[in-house]
Design a protein around this ligand. Sequence first.
Ligand code: PDD
Length: 286
Amino acid sequence: MSRIVYVNGDYVPEEEAKVSIFDRGFLMADGVYEVTSVLGGKLIDFDGHAKRLERSLTELDMAMPMSADDLLAIHRELVAKNGIDEGMIYLQVTRGAPGDRDFAFPPEDTPLTVVLFTQNKPGLADSPAAKKGISVISIPDIRWGRRDIKTTQLLYPSMGKMLAKKAGADDAWLVEDGLVTEGTSNNAYIVKGNQIITRQLSNDILHGITRAAVLKFAREAQMEVVERPFTIEEAQQADEAFVTSASTFVMPVVSVDGAALGDGTPGRVAARMREIYLDEMRKAAI
Ligand code: PDD
């Protein structure tokens, strides 16, 4: 069934949605995005995503195209129009379509392009992958230096996922100067005893909205959170590992570069954090 999507003020069937060939998102990857999950027809951590969107835009000298309340209304309208119970809302804002190709930014009054669409994923929270865990390989992190901005420059993460697939794995972890930065589309963690270890926030990684919530819940559950980088070797010797993102929540990692972690099944801490995250976020969903 065709989706109803949002493009620059209009709700239209996806076949009718149009963006200019001069759009800077298309020509220059000059745009930012957010992915917000939907559980029980409600939005998970909308405020966190709206705040990060504003930060990404500000870092790139773009203004919020509308208020967070107006964005919320569009998210809700799309959930309703498309009958989404479990899934995601994808939002993208680009620097607009100045009518030609030019490296220089267009005049400030050029309207930004705003596109949102739904992804229907029944069973998202009850994912079989979460019960089995995923395998990751390591690849060099050759992305640009502002990974804290959620831009649409996703070619290298896409290549990373393809490299993982070719190697028979599920995803890739990115390594810079011998240390894991994050996953291709998620934040990375290892568990040792009572410690959850994950890289500290900086321009080197995306400041995950799921990461913030999971670390808060971990501290409340008396786990010790240590924000520091770790190596692939350390991960291979950890008790367990996991990744977090808006689309996978907390996903156990059971092997790293072919080495099984623990007994090769999802760890207790990852399973517990997934359960707490889903319970708490469902309660707070709007
Ligand atoms: N990816 N790191 C990277 C590089 C990401 O692309 C993402 C999210 C995250 C996790 O952030 P959050 O918890 O806010 O979703 C970390 C989204 C889901 C995507 O590209 O589809």
